[in-house]
Design a protein around this ligand. Structure first.
Ligand SMILES: C[S@@+](CC[C@H](N)C(=O)[O-])C[C@H]1O[C@@H](n2cnc3c(N)ncnc32)[C@H](O)[C@@H]1O
Length: 268
C-alpha cells in the first residue's frame, strides 16, 4: 500500500525513476558528546558577544513571524549562528537572510531554518535526516532540540569536512556524511523526518521510501535558479503520502548525479 502511494505520487509529481545506483559516500564524523538536558551544545565559560543579538533575532524575526514551537525557539536562542558564519560576514550573523559560505552555497535564513524545523514536528527519540549540511547550522539546530538523532549529507566534500569538524568542536552530536543526498542514507533508514535544504525540480523517490510510517519530509521543489514551493509530505500509518504546499521559497539548486540522471531519463 505504501509503495503504491509512493508510486502514485511519483507519477503525479513528475517523478523520474528512483535510481538504484549508490554513490561512494564517506562518513566524516560522528561526535558522541553527551547532550545536556536542554540542548546538544557543549557549554563553555566564555562570554558570548552575540547573545543579545541572537535573542532579539529570535523574538523579532522568528517568533514574531509566527514560529510557535517553544523547543524550536529555544534551540534557535541557543545555537551560535556566528560560529557557522564566515568571518567576513560576522556582522550579519544575526540578520534574517542567507549568507555565502563558499562553493556557491549559503547558510540559510534563520527564519526559514526555524520554520522548516517546526514543520518536522520532531519528538524525543526521533531520527532525522538532513540533505545539504552546508555550514552545519541547520544540523546544529536539529541537534539542539535534544533527544533527536541527527544525520546529515553534504555533496561538496570541503563543506562536508568543515561542517563535520565545526559541529564536533562545538559539541553537537551529528552524523555527517559526504555524498549525493538524492539517494538518502539507506543504511540508517527509516527516518521519522527528512529535511532537504537545496531545491530539486522533483521529489527524489528514495527519500520517500526512507520515511518511517508517520514520517514527515520537508523539501523545496522547483526549477533551478528560480523560486520554488516548500512542500511538506506526511506518510500516514497506511503508507499514504499527503502533500501540503507551504508557500514560496528560494533555495540553491540540488546538484549531483542523481538529480541530473533523473531529469535526463524520465520515468516511462
Ligand atoms: C542552502 S545550503 C544548506 C544550508 C545548510 N543547511 C546550513 O545550515 O548551512 C544547501 C546545501 O545543499 C548542498 N547540496 C546540494 N545538492 C546536494 C545533494 N545532492 N546532496 C547533498 N547535499 C547537496 C549544497 O552543497 C549546499 O551546501
Amino acid at each position: 500500500m505504501r509503495y503504491i502511494a509512493v508510486l502514485m505520487l511519483c507519477m503525479l509529481v513528475l517523478l523520474p525513476t528512483a535510481c538504484s545506483q549508490v554513490t561512494t559516500q564517506q562518513v566524516l564524523a560522528t561526535s558522541h558528546i553527551a547532550a545536556p538536558p536542554t540542548s546538544g551544545l557543549k557549554r563553555t565559560a566564555q562570554p558570548d558577544p552575540f547573545h543579545d543579538q541572537r535573542l532579539q533575532m529570535v523574538e523579532k524575526t522568528i517568533a514574531g513571524r509566527g514560529v510557535k514551537s517553544e523547543i524550536v525557539l529555544q534551540a534557535m536562542r541557543e545555537v551560535p549562528r556566528h560560529e557557522f558564519t564566515p568571518p567576513d560576514y560576522l556582522d550579519q550573523a544575526y540578520a534574517d537572510h542567507p549568507l555565502p559560505i563558499g562553493y556557491g552555497q549559503t547558510i540559510s535564513q534563520p527564519y526559514i531554518v526555524a520554520w522548516m524545523t517546526e514543520m518536522l514536528a520532531l519528538e524525543s527519540g526521533d531520527k532525522v535526516l538532513e540533505i545539504g549540511t552546508g555550514s552545519g547550522y541547520q544540523a546544529a539546530v536539529l541537534a539542539a532540540l535534544g533527544g533527536v538523532e541527527v544525520y546529515s549529507i553534504e555533496i561538496v566534500p570541503e563543506l562536508a569536512a568543515s561542517a563535520a569538524g565545526r559541529l564536533e568542536s562545538l559539541g553537537y552530536q551529528v552524523n555527517v556524511k559526504q555524498g549525493d543526498g538524492y539517494y538518502g542514507w539507506q543504511e540508517e533508514a527509516p527516518f521519522d523526518a527528512i529535511i532537504v535544504t537545496a531545491a530539486p525540480d522533483h521529489l527524489p523517490a528514495q527519500l520517500v521510501t526512507q520515511l518511517a510510517p508517520g514520517g514527515r519530509l520537508v523539501i523545496p521543489i522547483g526549477p533551478p535558479g528560480s523560486y520554488q514551493s516548500l512542500w511538506k509530505f506526511e506518510l500516514d500509518q497506511d503508507g499514504k503520502l499527503k502533500a501540503y504546499n507551504m508557500g514560496g521559497v528560494a533555495f540553491v539548486p540540488f546538484t549531483g548525479q542523481g538529480i541530473e540522471q533523473a531529469t535526463a531519463v524520465p520515468t516511462p
